[in-house]
Structure formats: structure tokens, C-alpha cells
Design a binder for this molecule. Structure first.
Ligand code: BG6
Length: 478
């Protein structure tokens, strides 16, 4: 649909940007913080790019005031960050570590003082190692109670101050990468365990959302899903079915549960046939159906194009974590779909397809299927950036990427979607879990690299000023 004029962004649109504790904070053993599964995993040789870890990261823990001053100057309306569970409960439960909580209290107060809306992610992958050791973390239903208790502690601590809460960040990613591809902790390759873990995570998510509503918390809560909309490679019905399979197994399998409390039928049949379906106990369906998120958070980076894949076809292939274009391997689920190259879009150096139209499609599909407000909790471009001799970063490629995606949001709003806000990934440069520091996303360049000996100085990129003017005019000239 082409609109003659586009609808303006609402006046209270939340122009934001995001980060996650492990990727920015550093201070991994300070003020009583406990060990997380990531603190442990990065020490296994060969797991991360050039052995990078988040021990120091970009030292946000000690530099948050400087970072917030930069946000204020830019005019940022919202900042999404995650809380490290291990700072609040060093061993996952028990007594609150007051020093850890105090850090986030200062951070939230500083944001509010600067008129920036804090958005808190409760879980961005850094599970307390103690819970992994004690009961295998997400593999045990005990985590439902522990995660809910942790969340409740934060709800009460930030009641009236934090109005936007994200329950789980990219459950689809941490379960698949942790239990299927073994590239995230706990480094398992077992689909049966992955779907079991995922079901428990669904229950924990529902329990936390219900707790938020039971406590009559002022504000909104929802999960953040990494949504990669699926296309067929062409109109061959076999390929169209492959795309439907991918959408059911890779997207609806999470979003339907969040929004309706039900698993999609065809995907579940497939899992049953493989012997991978989760065990649904009495009361589970009721819990899933009772939880009603106030919005659906989406992290959007790319689309996927699909083709027919026979039962003896391609399985999971290697991801590109080197930044060498074209180094990712073919990937698929035999009997369901395989991913193929879309000839109509460009790719980044990490082989992520650049597709702003896909964001509009994502927003429209979600709007029609679930009729829910959407918060875009991540979107951005990971690329090599160069600091010039005069300390500038000319990232016009990032400006193009973001401008095209902002335009796609405006079009989706004109199509009827309700979008509460837009958080770019990321605010400052930060540690990419598997890609070190060479893959950068920020508006603010940080002098840090794989040697982890950078000065940690912050420099504003050209995209920083671009976003500043977008915010100022509320996206009017996009
Ligand atoms: C999302 C995560 O998957 O994408 C972020 O929520 C992550 O934590 C971002 O950094 C970009 O991914 P990557 O692999 O390029 O760092």
C-alpha cells in the first residue's frame, strides 16, 4: 500500500536506544556481584571471538553518568538496559545484595533526572551460575519461582520510577543458541532439551507478567522477541509452504504463546513427530493463557528467505562471527525449510540481510495477528567503524540503515500499527557476545577492542547527530 501522506509519529513516541548488562557494564566482580553463566562460558577457549569477555566491557558501571550526559545532549527519550540478576541475588536467590541494587537505583535516578524514560529488561541472558550448578538453570521448574521472586524484588524497588519492563530478552535466541547450537551457555546440542527449556521459560515469563499485574504495578510489561519474518524464495508452492513452516516453527512458536498462551498446531505436530515436543503438565496451559503482556517487544534485524528442504536436507550450519562476508553456512530444519539468499537485498559483513521493508511487514503481521501495541526494543546495524585522526566516525551506512527503518515504522503506523517506541541497538558500542568489538552498533564510539586495553574514551559518531535531529523533529521529515 502506498500512502499519499504518512501519519506523524505520536507526540509521546519513545525515541530510545538499548544495551544489556553483560555487554556494557564490566565490574564483573564488584560490589558483591555473583558469577553468571556468561562469566564462566567466555573462559572456555574458543567460545568467543578472540577470547573476548565482559569483565571490563565498556566500563559503563563506572561511567554511566558520562553515558547518560551524552544521552541527554542527544535528546534521547528512553534508555533500555538490563539488570544483572547476579548483582541483585549473587547466587540467584536469598538475600538481596544491597550494593548491587544501589547501582541500578543510581542509574534509574540519573535517567529520570535527565528526563529519560528507563526501560528495564529483567533477563538478558546472564543467569546466575549458582542456579545452573544447583538445578541446571532453565531446565528446572524451580526457576519459575526464583525468576518471579527476582522480578518481584525489582518491581517493588522501582515502583513508580520504571514504567516499561521487558521480561525475557530473545527467549528464542538464548534457548536455540544455548541448547541447539551450543554457541551460548550451557553449550548443549539437544533439541529435546531445548524445547523443554523453552517451555519452562514460557512458564516463567507468564508467571512474571502475572505477578506484575497482581501487584498493580504502574506501567507496562512484555517480552522482547527476536522476530525474523519469513519469505518464500519464489511462488513455487513447495517454497511457500517452506516459508509457512519457518514462520510457524521460528516465530509463531514463541509469539503465539506470549500473546495467546497456545503453541501453533503444525509446528507442535512436527516436534511431536521428531520426539522433541515439551512435556505440558496440568496447569501449564492455564498459566500461559492467563498472562497478558501489555505490549509485544520486538528486536528486528533482518528477514529470512526460505526454500523447500527434504527430510534428509540441510541442518544447522555455522554462523558468521568473523565479519568475513559470505562465511556463514547454509542452515535449515530438515523436513521444514532451509534458508536461502534473498537476491533483492544487501547483506552486512556478518551476512545479515538488510531489509527495512521487512520491519514494516513484521509490524503489520503482528498487528493483524495479535492486535497488540508493539515496542521495538532493538534494531541496528553491526559494522566495522573507523575512528579518524581527528576523532570522528563517519558512519553514513548506519544512518542509511536507521533512516530506512524509521521510515518503515512510519509507514507501518500509517498502515494502522500501534508502535510505542523505537530503541536502536545500541547506545554506546559494546561487546558483541560472539563477535568481540569489531562489530559495532553504537551512536557513541568507545575506544575498546579485542585486546581489551582501549582508553574507553567515548566519541560521538555522525549517526549520533543524525538521531539527535530525528528526535528533535519527532521524525517529521523522514
Ligand atoms: C540481539 C541481542 O540478539 O542482537 C543483543 O539482544 C545482541 O544482545 C544483538 O548484541 C546483536 O547481535 P550481535 O551478535 O551482532 O552482537
Amino acid at each position: 500500500m502506498e500512502h499519499q501522506t504518512l501519519t506523524s509519529f505520536p507526540n509521546d513516541f519513545l525515541w530510545g536506544s538499548a544495551s544489556a548488562a553483560y555487554q556494557v557494564e564490566g565490574a564483573w566482580q564488584e560490589d558483591g556481584k555473583g558469577e553468571s553463566v556468561w562469566d564462566r562460558f567466555v573462559r572456555i577457549p574458543g567460545k568467543t571471538f578472540k577470547g573476548t569477555n565482559g569483565d571490563l566491557a565498556v566500563d559503563h558501571y563506572h561511567r554511566f553518568q558520562e553515558d547518560i550526559a551524552l544521552m541527554k545532549e542527544q535528546g534521547l527519550k528512553a534508555y533500555r538496559f538490563s539488570i544483572a540478576w547476579t548483582r541483585i541475588f549473587p547466587t540467584g536467590r536469598g538475600e538481596v545484595n544491597q550494593a548491587g541494587l544501589a547501582f541500578y537505583q543510581e542509574l534509574v535516578d540519573e535517567l529520570i533526572k535527565n528526563d529519560i524514560e528507563p526501560m528495564v529488561t529483567l533477563y538478558h541472558w546472564d543467569l546466575p551460575q549458582a542456579l545452573q550448578d544447583e538445578y541446571n538453570g532453565w531446565e528446572s521448574r524451580q526457576i519459575i519461582e526464583d525468576f518471579t521472586k527476582y522480578a518481584e524484588t525489582l518491581f517493588e524497588a522501582f515502583r513508580g520510577k520504571v514504567h516499561y519492563w521487558i521480561s525475557l530478552n530473545e527467549q528464542n535466541v538464548f534457548t536455540s543458541l544455548g541448547y541447539l547450537l551450543a554457541v551460548h551457555p550451557p553449550g548443549v546440542t539437544d533439541p529435546k532439551r531445548m524445547y523443554a527449556v523453552n517451555h519452562i521459560a514460557n512458564l516463567a515469563n507468564a508467571s512474571v507478567i502475572n505477578k506484575f499485574h497482581e501487584l498493580k504495578m504502574p506501567g507496562k510489561i512484555g517480552p522482547s522477541f527476536a522476530y525474523t519474518p519469513n519469505y518464500p524464495i519464489n511462488s513455487d508452492p513447495k517454497n511457500i509452504l517452506a516459508a509457512e513452516n519457518a514462520e510457524d516453527l521460528m516465530a509463531n512458536y514463541w509469539m503465539d504463546v506470549y500473546m495467546w498462551g497456545k503453541y501453533p498446531i503444525a509446528a507442535m505436530k512436527f516436534l511431536e513427530e521428531q520426539g522433541w515436543a515439551p512435556t505440558i503438565e496440568a496447569g501449564d496451559e492455564e498459566l500461559l493463557e492467563s498472562a497478558k503482556p501489555d505490549f509485544l517487544g520486538i528486536n528486528y534485524y533482518q528477514t529470512a528467505t526460505n526454500a523447500f528442504n527434504p527430510l534428509d536436507g540441510v541442518g544447522a550450519g555455522k554462523m558468521n562471527t568473523t565479519g568475513k562476508k559470505g562465511s556463514s553456512e547454509e542452515t535449515g530444519v530438515p523436513g521444514m525449510y532451509k534458508k536461502v539468499e534473498n537476491p533483492f537485498v544487501e547483506r552486512t559483513n556478518w551476512d545479515w540481510e538488510i531489509d527495512p521493508e521487512g520491519l514494516r511487514i513484521a509490524l503489520r503481521r503482528i498487528t493483524s495477528r495479535y492486535r497488540t501495541p508493539i515496542l521495538i526494543t532493538e534494531n541496528g546495524l553491526g559494522e566495522y567503524d573507523k575512528l579518524t585522526d581527528d576523532k570522528k566516525i563517519h558512519d553514513e551506512y548506519r544512518i542509511n540503515y536507521l533512516a530506512n527503518h524509521v521510515k518503515a515504522i512510519k509507514e507501518a503506523i500509517s498502515d494502522g500499527a500501534t508502535v510505542l517506541g523505537y530503541c536502536t541497538w545500541s547506545y554506546t558500542d559494546l561487546l558483541s557476545w560472539l563477535n568481540g568489538y569489531q562489530k559495532r552498533y553504537g551512536f557513541v564510539y568507545v575506544d575498546q577492542d579485542e585486546t581489551q586495553e582501549g582508553s574507553l574514551e567515548r566519541y560521538k559518531k555522525d549517526s549520533y547527530y543524525w538521531y539527535q535531529s530525528v528526535i528533535k523533529e519527532n521524525g517529521e521529515s523522514i
